[in-house]
Write a protein that binds this ligand. Structure first.
Ligand SMILES: Cc1ncc(COP(=O)(O)O)c(C=O)c1O
Length: 560
């Protein structure tokens, strides 16, 4: 079932801001959904608000076909029935139970684990567990080597065969710009730094762990983002979860997108602020919360909120959607709220200069109060950053738990980030970085277009290198992962609880390091498996116009 449909059908019109900001409008040829015009554009909006978006915004979330939804629910229903049956058999010791059981002297305790998730893990996830945590024994580059393993107890335990599946095309790592390498200038520079500084720092930034490398990195990050100052941390997850509590607290209001990453959710919860959730990328829902917050203030006392903080991501890693940043900024200015933008997936991967979603929309970075991002994806490193005004960064240096209590970033990792960032900026005197950014954009559009043309349901924005392909049915999650690996394509499949229960999917990550041949090979294998498992659910059919070179208008859409 569709949870939202904030985009348009591929090949349709681009959205305009006023429809979202001001509610309903008359629609030429579509319906109004989640405050957005589906397959239609308000003519007056085209005139009034076209200026807010400087580029077309194509985003698609095709509805789940009714039959597929019914079959998916039936699939889960059957699995659940069998789960209860098997739990019954296990309780009566008719079937062997591999699960951890409570100690005899704790029998009268309430169960330690949440019941449904435990049931789900035991009876559903266990059947397809072989698709996850596969041990990789190489660089997570465009190809990876995977250690072969087998199970003789239905996925409860695995044993290695001693063989390695070599040269698997990697469609799963977040290596957007191809900087995850063990050779080349980044790896060489990091090796030199490793010899000079060693691998660990053994102290926090506030004590003995403040290296010149960290300061160099922070100046570079601030320059890259176009902000006054930046602070870096050893872990991306902790950057969110430890800094949000330093920025908000009791009496503050956090407005968070419903699909925000767990690190943002944890940070918001730890802060003690009141949290309200808006529908994914839905500006009407966000505006309603902002308006209510201003009108009603805090519950009971009705005193004004001490602070309102909006939390959004640049690219949403499960949906492949891009935040409607121009509209979010317009709203935050209108209601005088603060904006925290997590660019974990978008930094490096979006925008003509690879500087993220702000660059992509051609906006001023100073309009975002807190620019957060990670180095784990496009930079092939580890850790996170916060960028913003000097006052903000000085404040965080004193108040963030990750500055005071966490060991600072490993020096060779800092060097990996410095060299890759300089390359993207062109500060290394080459155009290599820019070429990678352009290559990623080209690969992304090509890969997404080809999958859509084949008839798969593909979620997200046409410029997002995160490409979710909808599988829906539980049996197809495991089958897709296994069939793809048999064909030497490494993919990530995702199901509940990372997605809603019936919206299981495969999530591809396109990289600049993928050659056209690799993408074509992956595409032909995906198509083959798609036919085998009957995954081509889309009702939009794209006819490639092959007599023209590939560009935005190369496809025409027909609908059954
Ligand atoms: C949006 C978002 N924020 C934060 C993180 C955490 O970053 P890291 O993996 O670098 O710890 C992730 C991880 O994937 C993410 O997707």
């Amino acid at each position: 079932m569709p949870r939202y449909s904030t985009g348009e059908a591929p090949g349709g019109h681009s959205y305009l801001q006023k429809a979202a900001m001001n509610g309903s409008c008359k629609i030429e040829n579509g319906g109004l959904k989640n405050g957005y015009v589906k397959n239609g554009v308000c003519p007056e909006d085209r005139i009034l608000n076209g200026g807010l978006y400087k580029r077309p915004f194509h985003e698609a979330f095709e509805e789940t076909p009714m039959l597929v939804a019914v079959l998916t629910y039936m699939g889960y229903g059957i699995l659940t029935l069998f789960g209860y049956l098997r739990d019954f058999l296990r309780a009566w010791k008719i079937e062997k139970c591999h699960n951890a059981t409570e100690r005899e002297d704790q029998r009268d305790f309430v169960p330690l684990y949440q019941d449904f998730e435990n049931f789900y893990t035991r009876n559903l996830y266990m059947r397809i567990r072989d698709n996850w945590n596969r041990p990789v024994c190489s660089v997570p580059g465009e190809r990876v080597d995977i250690m072969e393993r087998f199970t003789d107890d239905y996925n409860w335990t695995f044993k290695f065969t001693g063989r390695v599946i070599k040269g698997v095309i990697n469609m799963g790592s977040y290596n957007y710009l191809g900087f995850a390498q063990n050779s080349g200038f980044c790896a060489e520079a990091s090796a030199v730094v490793l010899q000079q500084y060693g691998g660990g720092v053994c102290s926090t930034r506030q004590e003995m762990g403040n290296l010149d490398k960290h300061e160099e990195l922070e100046h570079l990050v601030a320059e890259f983002l176009g902000v006054d100052a930046a602070m870096t941390y050893g872990m991306g997850f902790a950057t969110n979860s430890m800094n949000i509590p330093a920025l908000a607290g009791k009496g503050c209001l956090i407005l968070s997108d419903e699909l925000n990453h767990a690190s943002l959710v944890l940070g918001a919860r730890l802060s003690g602020a009141t949290i309200r959730i808006f529908k994914h990328n839905n500006m009407q829902s966000l505006e309603k919360l902002l308006r209510d917050a201003i009108v009603h203030g805090q519950p009971r006392t009705h005193r004004p909120w001490r602070k309102i903080l909006i939390l959004v991501e640049g690219i949403y890693s499960m949906e492949g959607s891009i935040v409607r940043l121009p509209e979010v900024i317009a709203l935050k200015k209108k209601y005088k709220a603060y904006l925290y933008l997590d660019e974990a997936h978008s930094i490096g991967a979006l925008g003509p200069n690879g500087r993220g979603v702000v660059d992509y929309f051609g906006l001023d970075p100073r309009d975002v109060d807190i620019m957060m991002g990670t180095f784990t994806k496009s930079f092939g490193g580890a850790g996170g950053y916060i960028g913003g005004s000097k006052v903000l960064i000085d404040y965080l240096r004193k108040h963030s738990h990750s500055t005071a209590y966490a060991t600072s970033m490993s020096p060779p990792v800092a060097e990996q980030i410095i060299t890759s960032m300089k390359c993207i900026m062109g500060a290394d005197g080459t155009s290599l970085g820019r070429e990678r950014v352009e290559q990623l954009a080209e690969n992304t559009r090509y890969f997404r277009r080809r999958l859509t043309e084949m008839g798969f349901i593909i979620y997200g924005n046409s410029d997002s290198p995160v490409v979710p392909l909808m599988l829906y049915m539980p049996a197809k999650i495991g089958a897709f992962g296994r069939e793809m690996l048999k064909r030497h394509i490494g993919v990530v499949v995702v199901g509940f609880p990372a997605t809603p229960i019936i919206e299981s999917r495969a999530r591809f990550c396109v990289s600049a390091a993928h050659t056209k041949e690799m993408l074509d090979e992956a595409l032909s294998k995906i198509s083959e498996v798609g036919d085998l498992l009957q995954l081509k659910y889309s009702r939009h059919h794209f006819v490639p116009l092959l007599d023209r070179p590939f560009d935005e208008t190369t496809y025409e859409e027909t609908e059954d």
